[in-house]
Design a binder for this molecule. Structure first.
Ligand code: SAM
Length: 291
């Protein structure tokens, strides 16, 4: 189905599924999201995937400058026209893939940390978060809309089905809070599931730091690689260089029963466990930051 209106070239605009194009069409929701984000009049904000400008226009009226990165060239043209019509000259539109953009290049537009907003295309939600978590020191508060299931994973607590590696890796770098549920009827085309706006605040990371971050991430990913296995067996599978005895010793030192499953462990358990295992520095140093 074509979206109301047409692009600059006069072609009807058809939302592209492969780019996760479900546009927000309820202006009251846009206004609510902008208010909840709480950006100030002095802020320059990065918007990921501005689309037809449902968030861009109200945001541009509120903050000093918006830098918006959109992958669909047809929408870049469209939005450029809408901004001109609205008399908004404080938006820099960049055509590109946010996953390929270099933060260093983007940073020149910002004074300090980068505040972010975005109604994320469902297919790149996790890669965008991973990209942010690779440079947490440059990121400010990110106010992001996710499909409900992804939001539940981000905000999950131990012992729940949604709790997993993504929960821990993001919560290690940022404080995560649910801000607003958005029903699927607020979008066009209507997606299959509802969405949730979440604040991922990189200025408020988990208070304790890992001794060796890359190793901590390896332990977390390894622990959740097979959710049904015990923590001992999961780690044994993920770290063939560790002996069963060294794993049992580390688990005992951290007061973690070897028969527990990863989903029962809290952030503090993983931090202590990775620290106990990385006492052998040679082991920890085998893990690259990207591991
Ligand atoms: N912000 C608009 C709204 O709320 O109506 C559009 C949201 S739509 C869910 C996602 C937008 O991200 C689309 O405009 C799509 O073209 C764009 N997009 C998809 N993949 C992208 C990528 N890798 N980099 C930048 N933008 C992307």
């Amino acid at each position: 189905m074509a979206f109301a209106g047409s692009s600059k070239a006069g072609q009807p605009f058809r939302p592209k599924k492969r780019l996760g194009q479900n546009f927000l069409v309820d202006p009251t929701i846009s206004d609510k999201i902008i208010s909840l984000a709480g950006f100030s009049a002095d802020d320059t904000v990065l918007e990921i995937g501005p689309g037809k400008g449902a968030l861009t226009l109200p945001l541009a009226r509120r903050v000093k400058h918006v830098v918006a990165v959109e992958m669909d060239v047809q929408l870049v043209e469209w939005l450029g026209g809408s901004l001109k019509k609205a008399g908004l000259g404080n938006v820099t539109l960049l055509h590109g893939d946010i996953l390929k953009l270099d933060w260093q290049m983007l940073r020149k537009h910002f004074q300090g940390r980068i505040p972010v907003i975005g109604n994320l295309p469902y297919n790149i939600s996790s890669p965008v978060l991973e990209k942010m978590c690779q440079s947490p020191q440059w990121m400010g508060q990110a106010v992001l809309m996710f499909q409900k299931e992804v939001a539940q994973r981000l905000t999950a607590t131990p012992g729940t089905k949604a709790y997993g590696a993504l929960t821990l890796l993001v919560q290690y770098h940022a404080r995560v809070l649910s801000l607003l549920k958005v029903l699927k009827g607020s979008f066009f085309p209507v997606p299959k599931v509802d969405s949730m706006v979440v604040s991922v605040d990189f200025e408020k990371p988990w208070p304790q730091r890992a001794v060796h971050e890359a190793f901590f991430k390896k332990v977390v990913k390894g622990a959740f690689a097979h959710r049904r296995k015990t923590i001992l067996n999961s780690l044994k599978g993920a770290m063939p260089d560790q002996t069963r005895e060294s794993l049992l010793t580390a688990l005992a030192a951290c007061d973690i029963a070897s028969g527990k499953r990863a989903e029962a462990l809290e952030m503090g358990d993983f931090l202590r466990l990775s620290s106990a295992l990385s006492i052998d520095n040679a082991t920890a140093n085998n893990y690259s930051p990207d591991a």
